[in-house]
Design a protein around this ligand. Structure first.
Ligand SMILES: *[C@@H]1O[C@H](CO)[C@@H](O)[C@H](O)[C@H]1NC(C)=O
Ligand SMILES: *[C@@H]1O[C@H](CO)[C@@H](O)[C@H](O)[C@H]1NC(C)=O
Ligand SMILES: *[C@@H]1O[C@H](CO)[C@@H](O)[C@H](O)[C@H]1NC(C)=O
Ligand SMILES: *[C@@H]1O[C@H](CO)[C@@H](O)[C@H](O)[C@H]1NC(C)=O
Ligand SMILES: *[C@@H]1O[C@H](CO)[C@@H](O)[C@H](O)[C@H]1NC(C)=O
Ligand SMILES: *[C@@H]1O[C@H](CO)[C@@H](O)[C@H](O)[C@H]1NC(C)=O
Ligand SMILES: CC(=O)N[C@H]1CO[C@H](CO)[C@@H](O)[C@@H]1O
Length: 457
């Protein structure tokens, strides 16, 4: 056995003071040393290759025989948490991925658990448009609704990507026994099934439930907004902040260099706040994979459907460039207090930003280790104050240089005391009267004075 419990519980010694200086040296981003509050990440699961809970051993053999299961082609990418389980996504970038969504127990039973397709094997059947085809990421909202992004198109890393089914949002009520899937296809005029790449999403449980979805399509990147109450969707574009930046497409990791000119990718949602005019708003944060910048935009702007027909540039007046990071980032996640967790791919690090502080000074590296932190893909929180991180060596996967003799996938965990942004506090708008409030007291007072004057007369 490669994986002993000793190696499992071994702490990664990766708290860094030196890394902060190194990160700062890469750019002008200053990370204040005094702010460092080290968090320790542990490896809780690790796999050389992903295997599944099969109906029978013959089933596994049949899948292997027919190349419906090719172990080196199964990459874990997304992660989420609900109840007793972690949910993992396996995007079908190559052939031989038998299921695209699966669970493992959150309670550790062994170090490399087999994945159980979710909701079932049948619900993961390729070519059946009532089943899941290509899932890169999911979100689970505060009401226990799972929001699944199904891109519909499989084989995205092959010569002939195949749009098997329409790109869709699939909803499952995790509180129900039956776990029925409600599939809501995107209209092709909003989301082109031949070119879209539904990458990641955040869910905003206000005013009819919104999802803000990153589409890192190579030809038409943007943010797709979906409103659950009336199932409407629209797409908003901004080339400047949503396309890959020329100076950020190369990734040098663990001796390997890859060129990934990938557009808008990670997305996060900030806490609710009251605006100057008394309304409630939130900030959406995003970054292309190939970019050193973090961008933000007000949710109220994305909710404005009438901006969609304006095309590229419509969002430009509203996009805020918060500044640069020390390296590129794939996934990111915000907690309910507005702390953003994100990876810094080129420097094998995990970083945190308290969004109440200026981005230039508020970032800090919380973990760095070139052996264990090899491509931070996605994050999630559980209900006990832990943050989980998927590490998947994506650079090896896309270069087809995976070795099944090594650990390729890990899940790290750290106790931070935080919970997901979906459980953030609800704030109420400040009610303001329709008339000019400032003049009313004056008017009232003078009327009263007038009345008194009459009484006294
Ligand atoms: C460093 O920061 C400058 C100014 O913010 C920015 O123009 C540049 O692209 C950044 N470069 C890197 C490598 O982060
Ligand atoms: C898989 O292939 C082997 C070798 O051809 C064969 O012996 C075996 O019966 C096959 N198994 C199944 C379940 O089809
Ligand atoms: C997608 O490609 C198919 C086949 O080439 C074509 O018939 C269809 O019109 C395309 N859809 C869109 C929305 O471009
Ligand atoms: C939506 O955008 C349009 C076009 O810029 C603008 O006229 C309108 O006021 C906006 N609506 C809201 C509710 O912000
Ligand atoms: C976004 O919201 C903030 C806070 O309410 C406000 O100050 C800012 O003007 C808004 N930005 C845009 C571009 O609407
Ligand atoms: C974030 O910064 C604010 C303002 O400095 C501070 O009150 C808050 O405690 C910080 N949050 C965390 C989790 O450090
Ligand atoms: C060149 C290089 O850094 N290679 C390392 C890649 O990662 C493996 C596993 O952590 C190391 O053993 C190599 O030394």
């Amino acid at each position: 056995m490669r994986h002993t419990l000793t190696s499992l519980s071994m702490m990664i010694a990766l708290v860094l003071f030196a890394a902060v200086a190194a990160a700062a040296a890469q750019n002008k981003t200053t990370l204040p040393k005094t702010d460092i509050n080290p968090q320790q990440f542990r490896v809780i699961y690790e796999w050389n290759a992903i295997d599944f809970e099969w109906t029978s051993p013959e089933d596994r053999e049949a899948y292997l025989n027919t190349s419906q299961y090719i172990p080196q082609n199964v990459l874990i990418s997304g992660i989420n948490f609900y109840g007793e389980n972690l949910f993992l996504t396996m995007p079908r970038m190559l052939a031989g991925v038998p299921a695209t969504l699966a669970t493992i127990p959150i309670q550790q039973v062994n170090t490399a658990p087999k994945l159980k397709p979710f909701p079932s094997w049948a619900d993961n059947a390729i070519g059946n448009c009532n089943a899941l085809q290509f899932v890169q990421n999911i979100e689970i909202d505060r009401n226990g609704i799972m929001w699944i992004l199904d891109n519909g198109r499989v084989g995205t890393l092959t010569q002939n990507p195949d749009p098997k089914c329409p790109p869709s949002i699939v909803l499952i009520d995790l509180k129900s026994e039956k776990l029925e899937m409600e599939r809501i296809p995107f209209p092709p005029e909003t989301v082109n099934p031949n070119t879209t790449y539904l990458n990641d999403l955040v869910v905003d449980n206000r005013d009819g439930d919104y999802a803000y979805i990153t589409d890192n399509s190579a030809v038409d990147p943007g943010i797709i907004v979906f409103r659950r109450s009336d199932k409407r969707s629209w797409k908003l574009r901004d080339g400047k902040s949503m396309r890959a930046a020329n100076d950020a497409t190369f990734f040098r990791i663990n001796g390997t260099t890859v060129n990934l000119p990938v557009n808008i990718d990670g997305i996060a949602l900030g806490p609710q706040y009251v605006t100057e005019d008394g309304k409630v708003d939130r900030k959406i944060y995003y970054s292309p994979l190939a970019s050193f910048h973090l961008y933000a935009i007000n949710a109220s702007v994305l909710q404005n459907e009438s901006l969609a027909p304006w095309g590229d540039g419509a969002l430009q007046p509203y996009v805020i460039d918060l500044g640069t990071k020390a390296s590129q980032t794939d996934g990111m996640k915000m907690d309910s207090a507005g702390n953003l967790y994100y990876g810094l791919l080129g420097i094998a690090s995990i970083a945190e930003w308290n969004s109440t502080l200026d981005f230039h000074v508020g970032q800090r590296t919380i973990a760095r280790d070139s052996n264990y932190i090899q491509w931070v893909d996605r994050f999630t929180f559980d209900d006990k104050g832990n943050v989980y991180v998927i590490i998947n060596r994506l650079y090896n996967f896309v270069k087809n240089q995976l070795s099944l003799d090594e650990v390729n996938y890990r899940i790290l965990r750290s106790h931070t005391g935080s919970k997901s942004y979906v459980f953030g506090e609800d704030v109420t708008p400040v009610m303001k009267p329709a008339y000019d409030a400032a003049t009313v007291p004056t008017l009232g007072a003078s009327l009263l004075a007038l009345a008194l004057a009459h009484l006294l007369a």
